[in-house]
Design a protein around this ligand. Structure first.
Ligand code: 0O2
Length: 221
């Protein structure tokens, strides 16, 4: 293998990764459109914030090795479906289903996989709705149907997951049992908070909103 071969492989890989960056941009645009549209038609914003990340080449290759997949681009394309990741954080549990349906219902989005870690919480306490969707990316060389992992969760679920992620990395995956128990308890509290917030939200939704009184026109006095 020559230096030129390595250079060509590197370029091929970077070009491959670029397709995932474009797929993130497509999905992010869709979510931003939904957010703005929802805001203007319903005067309510179900989306708190959106974050995205492209898996690093090191992390992609580490996953291929760990899962013992063949080390070539075709195998990475077929097996590693979370190279492009978008996380949508909402206020209420009901928003999660709403956003899921609005995305999955779009003509150019194909749902490949769905994992509901809200109905079936992970033993650690992790909660989130994971969708793997495929989206067409129109590139100069043609269309690439690209997978994107979309994680949809509430603020409380996100707060829990980010702390757990930090703890997991700090202990390199060997979280002490007492800390694990406390984390699971914190997940229960997050679930209770989500349930109470949802109930409050419903109550407010079903109450007629009195319009703010129009400013008095002094000529009417
Ligand atoms: P990062 O940094 O977000 O990319 P695998 O991807 O094979 O390891 P699997 O079963 O294919 O796992 O996917 P899974 O478990 O449905 O979802 C993987 C992603 O969900 C993780 O990505 C995390 O972002 C998140 N996740 C899953 N379980 C947990 C958990 O217990 N705690 C936290 N904090 N996050 C979780 P990565 O690739 O691990 O990391």
């Amino acid at each position: 293998i020559t230096v030129d071969d390595v250079r060509a492989l590197r370029e091929q890989f970077l070009d491959f990764m670029l397709g995932y960056k474009f797929a993130i941009e497509e999905i992010t645009t869709k979510i931003n459109i939904l957010r703005e549209d929802f805001n203007s038609t319903h005067e309510y914003n179900p989306i708190e914030h959106v974050r995205s990340r492209l898996k690093t080449p090191e992390s992609v290759l580490e996953k291929v090795r760990r899962k013992k997949y063949p080390m070539n681009l075709a195998s990475i394309r077929d097996n590693i479906l979370d190279i492009a990741g978008v996380r949508v954080v909402c206020s209420f549990r009901s928003d999660i289903t709403e956003i899921r349906n609005m995305l999955v219902g779009q003509e150019d989005i194909t749902l490949l996989e769905e994992r509901d870690y809200i109905t079936h919480r992970k033993p650690t306490g992790y909660q989130s709705l994971h969708l793997i969707v495929s989206i067409p990316v129109f590139r100069s060389q043609g269309t690439e149907h690209t997978p994107v992992e979309i994680q949809i969760r509430t603020i409380a679920m996100d707060f829990w997951a980010s702390l757990e992620h930090k703890i997991y990395y700090k202990y390199r995956g060997e979280v002490p049992a007492n800390l694990q128990t406390d984390l699971t308890r914190a997940a229960d509290v997050a679930t209770q908070l989500d349930e109470q917030m949802e109930a409050l939200h419903r109550q407010v939704e079903h109450t007629a909103h009195p319009r703010p009184a129009a400013a008095l026109d002094t000529r009417d006095l």
